[in-house]
Each structure stands twice: as structure tokens, then as C-alpha cells.
Design a protein around this ligand. Structure first.
Ligand code: AMP
Length: 419
């Protein structure tokens, strides 16, 4: 049997790469417009980084990591997300000391051992940003705006923005206590998953997909009632700024996001067009992360990660194309040994001038080469056979009009480039 890729992984084939590249280049452009710089961190990190930086009570660390012990007895994990790695790199290289504000973006693959289904993979790509150094709501809004610009820049319209606040540590603790007190007597009725979360990460129960849990959660205490003055005014400022920028949003008090390190604003862009895997991009503020990773000073941070495959699926769903095709400018047909040398030399000159040039490498007949030039949608075809070699000319065919002309081989490159 032929070997296939591992379950939950995919190949990105040449026919698909155009849209991947176009999307990545848009991410690059938008990041630059906001002054964000790219950071690339290793795919493998020490397992401890995620245990400390993402949190043991999370699904990611609890059951989804690809972890192993290497030949040197080091416990390593294939990164299941990028924020922890970026934070590690910022601390390791003391980047906050170089500049008090760090605007960083990343793009790359990550790995989670989830149950694969449409829009959910075990290797997938994320584009994300991290804005470090500002504890103020305008930075939350900057990253939300950036994500919004990306979605709009792709031409997408079928999405909406949900926001919520998890308040400061004080409010969160008060709410966590109230939630635990409310749910503990009901724990027999909770799903097994939620029962486990009750002790470790009760906030996560709020976004349970289980129908029975949803029923039990109907009259649960509301986070909004536990927000202190600071948390409330922070959230108000975020909403006012979003409104001033004309970015519409819904407040969803069930939005808690999966990771332990969030505080204040959490947000998610989602769509109704992709079935169960409806989240396109999620993020929030994580002021506690750096101290969790051993930083002496807290570093305020806010960021998001967008799932590249999901954006591409939504583009297809909305019948949008972002691919910029590099169609050949020239297809050079050669017939015979002498012609092949002429054609290779000509191709070299044309490529040096920056044009896209293809030649036949299977020594096929004129008709087959012509057919391929047509299939590849070459703009201009150049034909060099024995007869043309003897006459010291090349034939030039404009594929749009079918018009044919000839020119001396010595001046062929400059003539072709002037077309
Ligand atoms: P998260 O890091 O879980 O907050 O996810 C951020 C974004 O990554 C989500 O909004 C999705 O678009 C995408 N994503 C998360 N998990 C997967 C997965 N298993 N397969 C594909 N995309 C994913």
C-alpha cells in the first residue's frame, strides 16, 4: 500500500499554494502597516514551557500535545500554539529591555492531537500577533483592528466579532469561587469533561458544547456581576474605541477561551459558514503569562491567532479567490539540437530581465509543445526549429491574437521584452 500522510495532516499541493502564498503575503503587508515585526521560533520547545505557559488544566496540555523524550533525555513538545514560544524568546533575548513596546507577528505550523474533522487538523497553520508592553485598552483594540483588517482585506464578509472580559485577577478569582460554589452541588449532572474542569479550570465549563451542560449553565452566576471598577472601566474603554472605529461586535459572556493566561479582554472572530469549526481567529490579553514563565517583571501583552486553513475554507465558501497566478510570459519551443541551445540562451536572457519563461524538456513535437504553451496560458510563444536556425531568426506568436511574426535571433531578447 502507498504510504499516506499521518491522520489529521495535509499536503499543500502546487495547485493550492497560490492562495497560501497570497494569504501569507497579505498577513505580512498588514503586519507591516501596523509596525509589527516577524519572529520565528523553533517548532520544538521544552515541554515545560507549555505546561507552565499554557496551563495544565487546558485541553492542549492535558491531552493534545505531541510530546516525546529525545535521545539526550530532554522532554520536548511540538509547539501546540505560538504565544508561549514567543514569550520565551522575548524573555530569553531580553527584548523588552531593547524597547518597551514590542509588536511581533508569526506565521507557521503547529500541532495538536485533536480528533480530525473538516476545519480541524493535527497540523495546522496560524498567523498571529503579540503586542507587548502596554496595559491599556487601546492596545487590545489595535490587535482586534489588525485581525479585522486581515479578514476584510481578504474580502471576507461572513464573520462576526464576539468580545468578553475576564476582568483582572481579583474579579476572576471572585467569579471562579462563585461559579465553583454554584456548580459543585450540580456536579453529578455535569458532563464528565466539565466535571473534570470544575476543580482545575471551572471557567472553561462555560464554553462546553454538551447539551446537558448548556441547560445547567442557563442560570449560572454572570461574570459581569463580579467585575470590579477597574475591570469594568477597562472593558468599557475597549467597547467605546471599537465603536468609534466602526467595528461592530457582540458581547458574549460565555466566551472564555481555552487558555489559562487570559485576563481582561478576550475576543473571537467566527463564522456561521464552516459548521462546527466556526472560530476563525481568537485572542485576548494575557498579563499573567510572563510572570508564569519566570519573568521578574510582569509584561502586559495582548494578541491573537488566526487559523489559516479556516480562512482559506471560508474564502472558498464565499467564492473568493486571492491567488495571483504567475502565468508564463514566454513559452519557447525548440525543435532539434541546435534550436535547443538557441532557446536555452534566449530563455536565460529573458529570465534575467525578470520575465517568466518556460521551455519544453521532453523533446516533444511542435504540436505537443504548442498544446502545452496554450494550456499554461503563455502570453507569447517563440518557435525555433531547424529552418529558423538556418535563417538566423525566431518566430514569435502572440497567443491572444494568433498573430505571427519573425525577428533576427541576435535581437530576439530585446524585441520580445518590448512586446
Ligand atoms: P487557538 O490557538 O485554539 O485559540 O486557535 C486560534 C485559531 O486557530 C482558531 O480560531 C482556529 O481558526 C484555528 N485552529 C485552532 N485549532 C485548530 C485545528 N485543530 N485545526 C485547524 N485550525 C485550528
Amino acid at each position: 500500500m502507498k504510504i499516506q500522510y499521518p491522520k489529521g495532516m495535509q499536503d499543500i499541493l502546487p495547485s493550492q499554494i497560490g492562495m497560501w502564498q497570497a494569504l501569507e503575503s497579505l498577513c505580512r503587508d498588514i503586519s507591516a502597516r501596523y509596525g509589527y515585526k516577524e519572529i520565528r521560533t523553533p517548532i520544538l520547545e521544552k515541554t515545560e514551557l507549555f505546561v507552565r505557559g499554557v496551563g495544565e488544566g487546558t485541553d492542549i496540555v492535558g491531552k493534545e500535545m505531541y510530546s516525546f523524550v529525545d535521545q539526550g533525555n530532554e522532554a520536548l513538545t511540538m509547539r501546540p500554539e505560538l504565544t508561549a514560544g514567543v514569550a520565551r524568546a522575548v524573555l530569553q533575548h531580553s527584548l523588552m529591555e531593547l524597547s518597551g513596546t514590542q509588536r511581533l507577528w508569526y506565521y507557521g505550523p503547529l500541532f495538536r492531537h485533536e480528533r480530525p474533522q473538516a476545519g480541524r487538523y493535527r497540523q495546522f497553520y496560524q498567523y498571529g500577533v503579540e503586542l507587548l508592553g502596554s496595559p491599556y485598552p487601546e492596545s487590545d483594540v489595535e490587535v482586534i483592528q489588525l485581525a479585522y483588517d486581515l479578514l476584510c482585506g481578504l474580502g471576507l464578509t461572513e464573520f462576526s466579532l464576539k468580545i468578553n472580559t475576564l476582568g483582572n485577577a481579583h474579579s476572576r478569582q471572585a467569579y471562579r469561587d462563585a461559579l465553583t460554589a454554584y456548580l459543585t452541588p450540580l456536579s453529578d449532572k455535569l458532563s464528565e469533561e466539565s466535571r473534570k474542569r470544575l476543580a482545575k479550570n471551572p471557567l472553561r465549563i462555560l464554553d462546553s458544547k454538551d447539551a446537558g451542560d448548556k441547560e445547567l449553565l442557563r442560570d449560572v452566576p454572570r461574570f459581569g456581576d463580579f467585575l470590579d471598577e477597574e475591570s469594568r472601566s477597562y472593558f468599557d474603554a475597549v467597547q467605546q474605541l471599537l465603536a468609534a472605529l466602526g467595528i461592530s461586535f457582540f458581547i458574549s459572556d460565555k466566551l472564555v477561551r481555552g487558555l489559562d493566561y487570559y485576563s481582561h479582554t478576550v475576543f473571537e472572530f467566527s463564522t456561521t459558514k464552516l459548521g462546527a469549526q466556526d472560530a476563525l481567529c481568537g485572542g485576548g490579553r494575557y498579563d499573567g503569562l510572563f510572570t508564569q514563565l519566570g519573568s521578574h517583571k510582569p509584561v502586559p501583552g495582548v494578541g491573537f491567532a488566526a487559523g489559516v486553513e479556516r480562512l482559506l475554507l471560508l474564502l472558498a465558501e464565499e467564492q473568493l479567490s486571492i491567488t495571483q497566478e504567475h502565468l508564463p510570459d514566454f513559452y519557447l519551443i525548440s525543435l532539434g539540437d541546435e534550436a535547443r541551445v538557441v532557446v536555452q540562451k534566449l530563455a536565460r536572457e529573458l529570465r534575467k530581465a525578470g520575465t517568466v519563461v518556460l521551455t519544453d524538456l521532453r523533446r516533444r513535437a511542435l504540436k505537443a509543445q504548442m498544446k502545452e504553451a496554450d494550456k499554461l496560458q503563455a502570453r507569447t510563444v517563440v518557435i525555433v526549429g531547424e529552418e529558423e536556425c538556418n535563417a538566423g531568426i525566431v518566430r514569435v506568436r502572440n497567443m491572444a491574437t494568433g498573430e505571427q511574426s519573425e525577428c533576427p535571433v541576435e535581437t530576439a531578447a530585446s524585441h520580445l521584452l518590448s512586446l
